[in-house]
Design a protein around this ligand. Sequence first.
Ligand code: APR
Ligand code: PHB
Length: 387
Amino acid sequence: MTDTRVVVVGAGPAGMLLSHLLDAAGIDNVVLERQSQAHVLGRIRAGVLEWGTVETLRAAGLGDRMDAEGHVHDTINIAWRGEEVLGINTHDLVGTRMMAYGQTRIQEDLFAAASDRGAEVIFEADDVALHDLDSDGPCVTYGGGERITCDFVAGCDGFHGVSRVSIPYGIRTEYEKVYPFGWLGILSETPPLSNLLYANHERGFALCSMRNPMLSRYYVQAPITDTVDDWSDDRFWTELFARLPVSQSEHIVTGPSIEKSLAPLRSYVCEPMRWGRLLLAGDAAHIVPPTGAKGLNLAVSDVRYLARAIATHYAGDDTYLDRYSSMALRRVWGSVRFSWWMTNLLHRFPDQTEFDQRAQEQELAYLASSVHAQRAMAEQYVGLPYE
Ligand code: APR
Ligand code: PHB
């Protein structure tokens, strides 16, 4: 049996950043991760950072490689009807830029920092179970009889973790929307377009994104019943090009895919994000469809609030701890609503009529004609301020 102040369940970006911030504040913690480190590092995820995320990582001393290798950009393009293209320059509109830096890189930086400070991260921890969360002395068990007592459990174990479901049904409320399609994504070692490009098309949504000057990420909306085997590289490129204006696709360099995956789209929020001594952060508490690029940014936002709440608790003030759930949820719902709006605006729904298609195109035309509408979008895309 060991004893610590905070057991962090999950070594994804939420759990590892929380452990980093707690160690910086001198608060003892242990991270328990179900998978191996190699498995966690092998996951390919999104890569657009809000400026608040960039500043949070820098302030935590995690910004060196991001600043050296990340790509600062200020324009997202939106295409529709296979011909129109609108550039949203977030710096001109709201004074803020974004950073393209893959989640995989952030995860590497977090593990490197953990190893430098000698953090206690236990990989391949099976059968993690949380106990006595509504008492002053919770504990966590795992493996063949290991047991850690603690003051708090931070549930950072993603959507399929054990933490959220440890909150009793009568206390937990869930809000959910499952979208009737997925995103088929590929990575290709080819130079990306210079700006992110989102496209609405009668054939379905498409997105062109980047990782670095020789690594591109592309997606097309696809039926969730498809498998990656249904999508040869040729079929993927043909479909992507069919959904984009030629003025954009003529700049795309095609090549073999080095990774291909199909991901479902879902919006989900669990309230509250605290129950007794359990505090949820990141995908353990909420999921957004990737359309607004908010998943990782929300995990960082939660962890910012959570690290402060725990640090001020040990300094004798519980104000932030008591407000953790409501403060975090305010930003969560802001991003959930924005991601839902972008998803509805840009995708082709199975029951969509020509009327619905025209209404989407009209909304995009309005966005193109109104600087006020563009500012509203830009402000939310780069991230609303923290409290
Ligand atoms: N015990 C221990 N660890 C667990 C358990 C469990 N029962 N269940 C899940 N985990 C681990 C997973 O293996 C994973 O490494 O918890 C971690 C959760 O990490 P993520 O799923 O990456 O979630 P989070 O850290 O909240 O990151 C936020 O932003 O871009 C989005 O969804 C994307 O992962 C991303 C997220
Ligand atoms: C990505 O680069 O993977 C990406 C970019 C923007 C999104 C979603 C994913 O909205």
